[in-house]
Design a protein around this ligand. Structure first.
Ligand SMILES: Cc1cc2nc3c(=O)[nH]c(=O)nc-3n(C[C@H](O)[C@H](O)[C@H](O)COP(=O)(O)O)c2cc1C
Length: 194
């Protein structure tokens, strides 16, 4: 039985991130952590099947009913999507290889729960960014476990030195962010950036 996540520290490390730019956190398609809280017990799962669906931002995640997090998403209708960096990679894989039905993952992986603003789900202090989300669409048909989420508040930690995220290849191997190429001068139709 996971312990109640009672202490939620002040989020002094996190700065408000413009919500209308929060989609840029997901453009690279990083592995994310999905934080939920059901009955006051916070839990976290690893998810690599995510997709950006809109600027507000709208994000689709696949979370199957075999996950403890599925019930929490269905019951509470909210979550936090946290963006981990490469220095968290091994913990992120371990988080995706155990279940909140028997493990207090915040405790086991020394994750710091920070106070959210719009949802009743903690942010993760160690992550580069956190997006508070509400569930807009739940899975409706068997075999398609797609949740459509809308970000309602976003945070990032500007003091974090490590900013590289990572991407799952689906076979237990991962790609780490590489070089950034600036082609903003060519983004003429989009006012410099999209
Ligand atoms: C790298 C990685 C990516 C994963 N991506 C997903 C995903 O996109 N969707 C999903 O349902 N499960 C995914 N999983 C599996 C869940 O993270 C795993 O079932 C986890 O134990 C669920 O935790 P919970 O039972 O506490 O919710 C992934 C696992 C790993 C290691």
């Amino acid at each position: 039985m996971p312990k109640k996540t009672s202490t939620r520290k002040n989020r002094s490390s996190m700065r408000e991130f413009p919500l209308d730019r929060a989609f840029t956190l997901f453009e690279p398609g990083p592995v994310v952590l999905v934080v939920t809280s059901n009955g006051g017990k916070a839990n976290v799962m690893t998810a690599s099947w995510t997709t950006l669906l809109g600027f507000t931002p709208m994000i689709g995640i696949v979370a199957g009913p075999w996950n403890h997090s599925y019930r929490a998403l269905m019951d509470t209708g909210e979550c936090v999507l946290s963006i981990p960096t490469v220095d968290m990679m091994e913990a992120v894989v371990d988080i995706g290889n155990c279940s909140g039905d028997s493990v207090d993952k915040f405790g086991r992986f020394h994750l710091t729960p920070l106070k959210p603003e719009k949802v009743a789900v903690p942010l993760i202090g160690e992550c580069l960014a956190n997006v508070e989300c509400v569930v807009r669409e739940c899975p409706t048909s068997d075999g398609l476990h797609l949740f459509i989420l809308e970000g309602v508040k976003a945070w990032s930690n500007p003091d974090r030195m490590e900013k590289r995220t990572f991407h799952a290849k689906g076979d237990g191997t991962f790609i780490i962010d590489g070089e950034t190429v600036n082609l903003r001068h060519k983004m003429t139709k989009w006012g410099g950036c999209i």
